[in-house]
Design a binder for this molecule. Structure first.
Ligand code: GAL
Length: 437
């Protein structure tokens, strides 16, 4: 047993060291990005206001630290003498170094965006063939994070090896600067980055772009699975990305994460319960948690969701083990119910129930399913179970719902997710069976 434990420890140490060789994103990165809310309409002011709002709303205390400037920061062309990237002087009159200095002075980290192609998706100059000068310039600007996109890639994809080489060029250029720069790869899952990017990137997008909608099908996101998807596209509804993520959790771990795309919470296209589902599932699947709303103008509901410290703690758990889908069943009135479970540090566990159907459901959650991977003794023992979307007496997220053994019946609303943490109970004499919540 001890041998197995040390082998597991060794393996995770090895993978942690492998990840892009930069020691970053040991837990999934957290922050804010301009794209989902502002698109190309960004400036120094948009970014500094968001940075101030991160601090003013105490979001830094919850782990949000990167402020990421996405596409469209660029001048029409590079410096024609040096070939170095140049920012749009109208949008960034003080330059990028000044912006990053100001962000650092607020105790935050600064991220930038580029593309492993001739142009970015917004048609600005890309970094293909300019990796060294771009990485060097970013380092001089004080950049801490690069999101690296995939448009106009000149057909340099189609096999894992070709995609690997194109992204490895930038990964190596970043490492060569000597500055730790988190490398967030955004090739939308093409060629299966979960199979080849563990040692070049800290995270990789698994799908086409998210849409701020729960489940609307859109032909622009045509694939039914991300395995062998030939056109990742965009307008991927949130719950479709959850389906996409289910099989690839096994490939993520400390330093190298599946990126389910930036959050839409607070952008208005989903209900409160749907946004709770969005935050819960991104958290238990260990996606980076990158806010994508206007954080200078948030409702209390949005703030409550993104600051649930109990759910964030699952995302940031040091074991770094994404939850697995233990079953998926058709619900009685359309849609599905699914059960997810994962291991946390110190012999504790997370499990979650997701209702994508358009009706409330009551369902038995069997601990034999939750602990299928752990075996009989785990399946039959008693646990103290905490509901992470209820507050305890002291006002903190994560209310104990008692000692559970065997399983429990759960009533779950339309498009809701319930997330529980299970801690083995020292004694089982106060057990409840199939307790009604
Ligand atoms: C997409 C990317 C988005 C955003 C956009 C910018 O390819 O997936 O997250 O960065 O480009 O043009």
């Amino acid at each position: 047993m001890r041998l197995i434990t040390s082998l597991v420890a060794l393996t995770s140490l090895y993978t942690a060291v492998l990840a892009a060789d930069n020691g970053l994103a040991v837990t999934p990165q957290m922050g804010w990005n301009t794209w989902n809310h502002f698109g190309c309409d960004i400036s120094e002011d948009t970014i500094l206001s968001a940075a101030s709002a991160l601090v003013a709303n105490n979001l830094t205390q919850f782990g949000y630290e990167y402020v990421i400037m996405d596409d469209c920061w660029h001048a029409p062309s590079r410096d024609n003498q040096t070939g170095a990237p140049v920012a749009d002087p109208a949008k960034f009159p003080n330059g990028i170094k000044d912006l990053s200095d100001k962000i650092h002075a607020m105790g935050l980290k600064f991220g930038i965006y580029s593309d492993a192609g001739t142009y970015t998706c917004g048609g600005r100059f890309g970094s293909l063939g300019h990796e060294q000068i771009d990485a060097q310039t970013y380092a001089e600007w004080g950049v801490d994070y690069l999101k690296y996109d995939n448009c106009y890639n000149e057909g340099l994809s189609g096999t894992p090896q070709i995609s690997h080489e194109r992204y490895a060029n930038m990964s190596q250029a970043l490492n060569a600067t000597g500055r730790p720069i988190l490398f967030s790869m955004c090739n939308w899952g093409e060629d299966g980055p979960w199979n080849f990017a563990q040692n070049i990137a800290n995270s990789w997008r698994i799908s086409g772009d998210i849409m701020d909608n729960f489940d609307r099908f859109d032909d622009r996101c045509p694939c039914t699975s991300v395995i062998d998807c030939k056109l990742p596209g965009f307008h991927c509804a949130m719950s479709r990305i959850i389906d996409f993520a289910a099989p690839v959790g096994q490939k993520a771990g400390p330093g190298h994460w599946n990126d389910l795309d930036m959050l839409e919470i607070g952008n208005g296209g989903m209900t409160f319960d749907e946004y709770v589902t969005h935050f819960s599932m991104w958290s238990i699947l260990k996606s980076p948690l990158i806010l994508g709303n206007d954080i200078t103008n948030m409702t209390n509901e949005t703030l409550a969701i993104i600051t649930n410290e109990a759910v964030i703690a699952i995302n940031q758990d040091a074991a770094g083990s994404p939850a697995n889908r233990m079953w998926k069943r058709s619900a009685s009135e359309g849609g599905d119910l699914s059960l997810w479970a994962g291991s946390l540090v110190n012999n504790t566990f997370v499990f979650a129930l997701l209702n994508t159907s358009p009706a409330e459901q009551t369902v038995g959650v069997d601990l034999a399913d939750v602990f299928f991977d752990q075996g009989k003794s785990y399946q039959t023992q008693a646990y103290e179970v905490f509901d992470l979307w209820q507050k305890d007496g002291a006002g903190s997220w994560g209310k104990s719902i008692g000692i559970i053994q065997g399983g429990m019946n759960v009533t779950i609303g339309v498009h809701q997710t319930k997330v529980w943490k299970a801690v083995p109970a020292p004694q089982a004499n106060t057990k409840r069976n199939y307790a009604e919540l």
